[in-house]
Design a protein around this ligand. Sequence first.
Ligand SMILES: [Fe+2]
Length: 349
Amino acid sequence: MGVLHPDAFKLTDADKQHFLEHGYIKVSGCFPPEAAEEFTANLWTRLGMSPTDKSTWTKERTNMPYHTHTLAADFAPKAWSAICQLLAPEDGGEQEGDERISGGDDDKWRSWSDGFIVNLGTPESEKKDIDNMDEDARLRNAGVWHVDGDFFVHYLDSPEQALLVIPLFTDIQSKGGATYENPAGLTPWFKPTDDATETREFFEALSADKDKLPTSSLVEATGKIGDVYLMHPLTLHSASENLLRIPRVITNPPVVLREPFNFDREDGRYSLVERKTLRELGMEGGLKGWAIEGGRRGWVSERMKRMEGGTEGGEGRGWGGKGELEWVVIVLVRKEKLVFTAVEEDTAN
Ligand SMILES: [Fe+2]
């Protein structure tokens, strides 16, 4: 499966503690610039734009369809090792985490694709006075705050997206279109409710609430080519304006579990991701009596339907300009009681 030797890369205690406190870690140098260059070699041809002629940059953000996949464990072994360790019991190590991850057809879910997410900014954003901006407003009003995964109905233990993964295929500076994440955004939307839907306005209002989400907790996913952010799957995040107009390229490869997260493990061998969820719920000892008690609803979003006929120009994604937003119900079930519902919409990071 391409797994590293158990001693090849180990998350430090500081890494683990950072994940438990902040819900994410940044793993540096997971693949060399040369590998990124090779992987993105035909990006500009596919876009129909020139990297050196901004007049050809006719779209601010583009979610490109994918054509090829490469095993993450081969392309970015350090990142894959970290992913496995975050999904393994702490005493289980990388191999046990790897065994919890599903492969899908042709190991597609264990692979990273060339479905690049490109943020080029706009001529208008380039004219802004970036040295004298209201930083709070810039960060808080970045874009559409959301949680990823518009291809399934979310439950607290949903296996479909076990981590939010962001490999950096370009260097990304502050104000350069990085994904903004607000790790403090996990807890505020964990709430008991009988209403099975929330709207985009719910997340927008949440992100604007300084009491619930202090700007100080906001993180710009900046870094160097080859860095990889690994975030708790329910981290509130947003695309941002590329004020620098230095091309920014990332992807969002999936990580899929074979079995749903388990929040009532008799042996207490929770993964770090599970521990973070439990910590956010204030139930670090586990959700006693947790059990899946009903069927899961299926969901195919309009974005997925459009992706079937997607083009390089990104018409397959919402940024293609259709202006159509679609809400996916997120349902968190705690024991017998519905705990939370929220939204996902058609967006790019
Ligand atoms: Fe996202």
